[in-house]
Design a protein around this ligand. Structure first.
Ligand SMILES: Nc1nc2c(c(=O)[nH]1)N[C@H]1C(S)=C(S)[C@@H](COP(=O)(O)OP(=O)(O)OC[C@H]3O[C@@H](n4cnc5c(=O)[nH]c(N)nc54)[C@H](O)[C@@H]3O)O[C@H]1N2
Ligand SMILES: Nc1nc2c(c(=O)[nH]1)N[C@H]1C(S)=C(S)[C@@H](COP(=O)(O)OP(=O)(O)OC[C@H]3O[C@@H](n4cnc5c(=O)[nH]c(N)nc54)[C@H](O)[C@@H]3O)O[C@H]1N2
Ligand SMILES: [Mo]
Length: 759
């Protein structure tokens, strides 16, 4: 039997702290996984479901975007993937009775953890203007309400269509088509808060905003640098790939302010040897200060330039642009400044250089540690400079590897979920569907919040996600959302965005990845694209959580028919009935998808073309790979302050909290903790176990306070603190974003610690 969800909300956040773990995964992880999964799904369903993850006729893991190995086998599941599955396949239900018992005013006072633990949404629900209870509503009536509010807008640009990254290619394609037929490019997505900086930096320098390596490249690399990423928690299956790379002779440099369990030691649960003796994955750990990466790569570049025979002159001459400018700037890099910016020692950097020069094939992997800073785009461009210098792009075992978050976030972008679509994409849509798509750029996440705040946007529609909790500046965002005329969420689970609403609100419950999707033409499957540009099918098998659910493609198709009416000649009905008909259109509109339906029949899927990887062709403005030369930046830290990064615990998926156990960091029973270096703590006079308020300092002078955090002395880099997201989003100013990409700078928030005002 599955246990009941918690009745009371564990508002008492009472963290207990033990020694952090050095090793990740292994037997304890499997035991832990099964326990969690059985609580949500019961024993039988746990066994049935976990066996289907990432199998050839199974479903794509709704966890991270790390690719499946070519020969998918049952054992390729991980602890956190299993938690993601259990969370969706749970037997707990949120029914109309639940909403009758819990008014919105009650839900708004609950923790995100409690909300998520209540289970799957079962019925479409409507919150009328002035009401405090969601009421059940018929699907057709719900679509009428959305259509009514859209029709009442002064312009389609007053509507916002947000997407989180689990949405399938098919649903995403229909969704963007609907928004554009309606007349807007307002398609903000979670990518705006995630890898947008990678996309910006890579499109400009190599001509495509995606990574250039496949799994096989990792296995062939001599050197893999993992910077600003915690794979042990967020991409656990990546550890198996790193282990294999090491077995093939690769060396690994980890660049991180925190020692993270998986990178220190990894016990592979798939590998009996690993259960006995964990292998240290990292050969060199560079414990860098937050935001010091650009300075580090800049200095390495200078040192490479100064080494006889170290640069790949032929590659540079044939394939790149801007080398002279870059070389001049890089040569001016300064040791002292680099040591200040990075907090590293000269010896450590020299050792890294030695490994870099010894490697003929180098890959750099990164995630949020590089993308969520003010200077993230120039930082990632510097990584590209670093790889270009030694010709490490467009050949086996080498390249850029931004490791994506949500399981289909990359696919959604490929399908056109983007507020700044390329003209060629719009041309193709126009030709295929015979309407005139809007050309003006739409709002990204931060601009969407401003538009709501300023009354310029009035309808907010979300395809998945938890916008108010994931976005920065929680108080500002929530106030902005409450100004909307209508907020609509297509969701699987309850979250805070359902409790912080516009004048009217709708919850539209949908199928998850694990569930059977039956339509007019029979059973459907959907497709997704992983972090390495591999596209494959995903097919759910479980009975849907409720008979009242509609699939995401069905929801979009029905809404589009209702809202666009005669204006649209698109065969929405046909699309809903048979997803293969959607794929036929994708094949005609989006490059790389020719014969989509035929090719996706291969269980291993297929790779999308990637010009730099496949043919060393760089579709940039100059037609070459671009070196860039930006000034070095790093965060300024006033005396007596700390630089705070907001990150994930081992027991959450973004705003979905699985539990209160950040096992690898030794933190249990609570999430309101701030990790502080013991030396800093001594200088600031905060004892381990004392309680502080985190007070954000930003140039707008507004005080942002997150009260009641337990101080944990922790071996993070000097001057750098860490605390969990989303509890700390209240501290991230809406306007503190990365240059160019506009991604919230949630990894470098200047804070002071004040004795806690909370009891
Ligand atoms: N289980 C689980 N899996 C997930 C998610 C989840 O929440 N739970 N989220 C998914 C999503 S959407 C994403 S985007 C990814 C996120 O994956 P990650 O990027 O690994 O997630 P974060 O927890 O934000 O961790 C950031 C890491 O970068 C380090 N770091 C922070 N700032 C810096 C810096 O300035 N320089 C360097 N060198 N390092 C820095 C931190 O110490 C931390 O190890 O994971 C995906 N997978
Ligand atoms: N301070 C700070 N803020 C951050 C970050 C950070 O590191 N620090 N990270 C940022 C990043 S990288 C990201 S990606 C964003 C995440 O932002 P979002 O993607 O908006 O947030 P999630 O928490 O992943 O969304 C969870 C909700 O998605 C819904 N859901 C789950 N599966 C499905 C499905 O199959 N279909 C539908 N329709 N709904 C589903 C459920 O209702 C669930 O409650 O947060 C960003 N915010
Ligand atoms: Mo993300």
């Amino acid at each position: 039997m599955a246990s009941k969800p918690p009745k009371s909300d564990p508002v008492q956040d009472t963290p207990q702290v033990a020694e952090p773990k050095r090793a990740a995964a292994g037997l304890p992880a499997i035991g832990h996984t099964l326990r969690i999964a059985q609580q949500q799904m019961g024993v039988r369903r746990t066994a049935l479901t976990l066996l289907r993850v990432n199998q050839k006729d199974g479903f794509d893991c709704p966890g991270c975007a790390w690719p499946e190995p070519e020969h998918r086998h049952t054992a390729e599941f991980c602890e956190n993937g299993a938690k993601a599955v259990a969370e969706e396949a749970t037997l707990r239900r949120v029914t109309p009775d639940f909403f009758a018992a819990h008014p919105v005013s009650d839900l708004a006072g609950r923790s995100g953890y409690w909300l998520g633990q209540q289970g799957r949404l079962t019925h479409p629900m409507y919150l009328p203007e002035g009401g405090d209870h969601y009421e059940p509503i018929a699907w057709e009536r719900a679509f009428d309400i959305v259509a009514e509010e859209l029709a009442a807008l002064g312009s389609p640009d007053e509507a916002l269509f947000y997407t989180s990254g689990r949405t399938s290619n098919e649903a995403a394609f229909l969704y963007q088509l609907f928004a554009r037929e309606l007349g807007t490019n307002n398609l903000p997505d979670c990518s705006n808060m995630c890898h947008e900086s990678s996309g910006s930096a890579l499109s400009e320098t190599i001509g495509i905003g995606k990574g250039s390596v496949l799994l096989d490249d990792l296995y062939q690399a001599d050197l893999i640098i993992v910077a600003g990423q915690n794979p042990g928690t967020n991409h656990p299956r990546m550890l198996s790939a790193l282990e294999k790379a090491k077995a093939n002779g690769a060396r690994i440099i980890t660049v991180n302010p925190l020692p993270e369990a998986g990178m220190e030691r990894f016990k592979n649960p798939q590998n009996p040897r690993g259960m006995i003796k964990g292998a240290a994955l990292t050969d060199l750990f560079l414990q860098i200060r937050l935001g010091g990466d650009q300075a580090l790569f800049r200095l390495l570049n200078k040192l490479i330039l100064a080494t006889e025979g170290a640069v790949d002159k032929t590659f540079i001459a044939e394939h790149t642009h801007g080398f002279e400018d870059f070389a001049r700037t890089a040569s001016a890099a300064d040791w002292d400044e680099t040591l200040t910016a990075t907090g590293l020692t000269r010896d450590a950097i020299d050792e890294a250089l030695g490994m870099v020069l010894a490697s003929k094939r180098t890959i750099v992997c990164w995630a949020m540690g590089l993308t969520q800073h003010k200077h993230s785009v120039p930082t990632i461009r510097e990584v590209v400079n670093f790889l270009l210098l030694r010709g490490n792009i467009g050949r086996p075992g080498a390249g850029v590897c931004p490791v994506r978050g949500h399981s289909n976030v990359q696919g959604d972008r490929t399908m056109g979920i983007f507020e700044r679509p390329a003209p060629a994409f719009l041309d193709a849509l126009e030709k295929e569907f015979g309407f005139t798509p809007p050309r003006e750029h739409g709002y990204d996440v931060v601009r969407a919040i401003r538009a709501l705040r300023d009354g310029d946007a009035k309808v907010f529609f979300a395809m998945g996600g938890n916008f108010v909790s994931a976005s920065p500046d929680t108080e500002v965002t929530e106030a902005a959302m409450r100004r909307a005329r209508l907020t609509v969420h297509v969701s699987t689970k309850l979250n805070r965005s359902h409790a912080v609403t516009g004048a009217r609100a709708l919850i539209l419950p949908t199928l998850g990845r694990t569930e059977r999707d039956l339509q007019g033409s029979g059973e459907q499957f959907v497709t997704v694209e992983d972090s390495m540009g591999m596209v494959h099918a995903s097919r759910g098998r479980l009975e849907p959580a409720s008979p009242h659910l509609l699939s995401e493609p069905a929801i979009v198709a029905r809404l589009a028919r209702r809202a666009l009416g005669e204006r649209s000649t698109t065969p929405w009905e046909e699309f809903e009935k048979d997803y293969a008909s959607i794929r036929d259109r994708i094949a005609r509109v989006i490059p790389g998808f020719q014969d989509f339906n035929a090719r996706v029949a291969d269980p291993a899927g297929f790779a999308l073309p990637h010009a730099p990887r496949d043919e060393r062709r760089f579709p940039t403005a100059t037609g070459k790979a671009n070196f860039t030369a930006a000034p070095v930046e790093y965060p300024e830290l006033p005396a007596g302050r700390l630089l705070l990064q907001t990150l994930r615990s081992h027991d959450q998926y973004n705003t979905t909290i699985y539990g209160l156990d950040d096992r690898y960091r030794g933190i249990k029973n609570g999430r309101r903790v701030v990790l502080v270096n013991p030396e800093d703590a001594r200088e600031l006079n905060v004892a381990d176990g004392s309680y502080v308020d985190l007070v954000g300092e930003w140039k707008d002078g507004v005080e942002r306070r997150a009260p009641g955090f337990r101080v944990v002395h922790y071996p993070t880099a000097r001057g750098c603190a860490a605390a969990y997201y989303p509890e700390t989003n209240v501290l991230v100013p809406l306007d503190a974003t990365a240059d160019t990409s506009n991604t919230p700078a949630s990894k470098s928030v200047v804070v002071r610690l004040e004795q806690s005002t909370a009891d």
